[in-house]
Design a protein around this ligand. Sequence first.
Ligand code: HEC
Ligand code: HEC
Ligand code: HEC
Ligand code: HEC
Ligand code: HEC
Length: 156
Amino acid sequence: MDWVSVLFLAFFQTAAPGPEQPIAYSHKTHLSMGMKCKDCHENKDPGEIMGIPMTAKCMTCHQSIKKDSPQIAKLAEFHAAKRNVPWQRIYQLPGYVFFSHRIHMEKGTECKTCHGEVAQRDKMFKEVGIAMGDCMECHRQNKVSNDCTYCHESRQ
Ligand code: HEC
Ligand code: HEC
Ligand code: HEC
Ligand code: HEC
Ligand code: HEC
């Protein structure tokens, strides 16, 4: 590789948006092998949370696949220590907001409406807003309530 490409790559790695993750997991790599969102994000009852997979899920493949990679060695260490990988969160609402994945999905909203082109991303960043105004915009368009107590506890 010539020095121009080296600088170019270095620039893009520092400029890549989103937090540094403890393991360089890529959605693009895994989804291009035909995996589905629900293989890892199970949306357990009651369905509010999608969930981030435990290391056991990853190890079903990485027990043998790419064992010699330093990234997989790190993954295996977390697994052996029975620790979850301390992933940096990308989309997180404050505790005082009600939100249910399942209800939104039952109405036919796709993941990409709220999270963008995840299947194309090597690294996650917040590419779609989840601020109050973003929620209200879609609710308004779909004639869904925007009463304060629809998303927040009433203050009585
Ligand atoms: C269905 C099997 C499967 C599962 C489950 C799986 N992976 Fe992978 N993963 C692969 C394969 C295959 C590759 C290699 C792709 C390539 O480089 O050709 C890979 C590559 C990787 C790499 C890049 C390794 C390197 O150094 O090139 C990382 C990091 C990784 N996976 C992390 C994870 C994590 C974290 C999980 C769990 C959330 C996970 N994987 C779950 C099959 C899987
Ligand atoms: C092989 C397992 C796997 C599959 C398949 C997978 N994900 Fe993930 N997902 C992860 C892991 C691990 C993280 C945490 C690391 C990260 O943010 O990159 C994550 C993080 C996310 C996050 C950020 C969560 C947050 O707030 O921190 C979103 C959004 C997401 N995934 C959406 C999707 C969508 C949409 C699909 C399908 C198109 C999908 N994922 C498929 C493993 C997976
Ligand atoms: C209507 C918008 C919307 C849709 C549709 C949506 N999400 Fe989310 N997602 C959010 C919001 C908002 C959060 C933050 C939730 C919180 O912190 O309580 C989030 C958080 C997440 C997280 C991390 C936290 C968690 O809930 O476990 C993952 C993973 C995730 N979404 C994956 C997905 C996947 C996969 C799909 C499609 C099957 C999807 N989302 C569809 C808005 C959405
Ligand atoms: C893409 C459009 C869309 C976006 C974006 C969206 N919503 Fe919704 N929301 C809906 C629809 C449609 C319903 C279903 C209304 C119904 O039950 O008929 C709904 C229902 C709800 C409900 C009622 C669910 C229940 O428990 O009964 C809450 C609370 C809610 N949304 C909060 C949010 C919050 C918070 C955000 C932003 C983080 C958000 N929504 C973003 C379309 C959206
Ligand atoms: C469709 C869902 C939804 C509705 C309806 C809604 N909110 Fe919110 N609200 C949110 C979300 C999501 C956040 C957190 C993200 C943010 O700060 O934008 C929030 C944050 C807030 C905050 C904290 C803002 C800050 O800057 O710290 C206040 C105060 C608030 N809402 C008041 C209201 C009032 C008053 C109403 C009624 C007029 C209302 N909300 C209606 C979703 C909603």
